[in-house]
Every structure is written in structure tokens, then in C-alpha cells.
Design a protein around this ligand. Structure first.
Ligand SMILES: [Zn+2]
Length: 166
């Protein structure tokens, strides 16, 4: 496997905004990483694509800041990721500070609550440009489940996605 392929796979497994949670305790992050590895083989639905990691949002001096990968030029994909990360910036803005927002992310349920609207915004754009609506929704729901460390709940995440992101 080439370095590039490895890199893309790594990014896929840990989904684009995992770094949003880097302020979580080291143990929690390690757990997420382990889950990423353990679920990669069993639940991989397709090969990783560059599209799987295009942007991250993190706290910088109290502000939620999104970084988009500079080497990606596909404007449709960038728009999807921007829509996703914009939701996180809005969520963070509802707190006194970006760090307070991060500090509020302590459970799998909370991660799911945060990621659902972000992936919903991304899903709407993806579907608008021709992605299969049901397949994409399931893929995103499984990513959310993996990211939250709640893979056993992935079917309920799919159901929530359908209910909250019609
Ligand atoms: Zn996200």
C-alpha cells in the first residue's frame, strides 16, 4: 500500500472532524482511534476516497476555525465539507467559547447529536449533485457511529438520520 493510500485510509477511518475532539482526554481519543482501526476491516463499504477528509474545525484562541485541505480543487466537494464544518462553527458559537463547546462533548450521544446536523448539511449537497440519497445517508450514519465509538448503534443512527434529516 502506498504512503498516499495509507494516508487516505487513515483519514477515512477517523473522519473529517475527529480533530474537533482532540481536546478530549487522551484515553478517549485513543479509544476512538482503536475503534477506527477495528471497524475498518469489518465495516468498510468501499475504498477510501480523497473526498473523505477535506477539512477540520478546531479551536484557535477561543474561536472555531475551519481548515480546508489546500490541495483539493473540486469545488462541489469543498462546498460539502464547508457546509459540514459550518454547522460545527455555528454549534461552537452557541457556547461562551469554542473551548466550552469542546468541553461539552463528553459522550457518544453528544458526538452523534453534533455530527448529525453537520452530516445532514453535507448530505443535502451531495444528494443535490447526484449522490444516491439512501446509500449516502447510510454511509454518513455509519461514519457518525464509528466516530462516536457507538458502532453497535449504527442502525439507530441511520434511523435518526432519516428522521432528523429528511
Ligand atoms: Zn463533523
Amino acid at each position: 500500500m502506498s504512503d498516499r493510500r495509507l494516508w487516505v485510509n487513515f483519514r477515512l477511518r477517523f473522519v473529517e472532524c475527529l480533530r474537533l475532539f482532540t481536546r478530549l482526554r487522551r484515553s478517549a481519543l485513543a479509544l476512538l482511534l482503536l475503534l477506527g482501526f477495528s471497524t475498518a476491516g469489518a465495516h468498510a463499504q468501499r475504498d477510501a476516497r480523497v473526498a473523505d477528509f477535506l477539512g477540520i474545525t478546531r479551536c484557535e484562541r477561543g474561536e472555531a476555525v475551519t481548515l480546508l485541505r489546500p490541495d483539493v480543487r473540486d469545488s462541489a466537494l469543498l462546498a460539502e465539507v464547508e457546509a459540514h464544518e459550518q454547522v460545527h462553527r455555528r454549534q461552537a458559537a452557541e457556547f461562551p467559547s469554542c473551548d466550552a463547546f469542546l468541553a461539552s462533548i463528553t459522550t457518544a450521544r453528544r458526538i452523534i447529536d453534533i455530527e448529525l446536523p453537520a452530516y445532514c448539511a453535507q448530505w443535502r449537497l451531495a444528494v443535490a449533485r447526484g449522490a444516491d440519497s439512501a446509500v449516502t445517508r447510510r454511509e454518513y450514519a455509519w461514519r457518525i457511529a464509528a466516530q462516536s465509538g457507538a458502532m453497535e448503534n449504527r442502525l439507530s443512527v441511520v434511523q435518526r438520520f432519516e428522521g432528523e434529516c429528511p
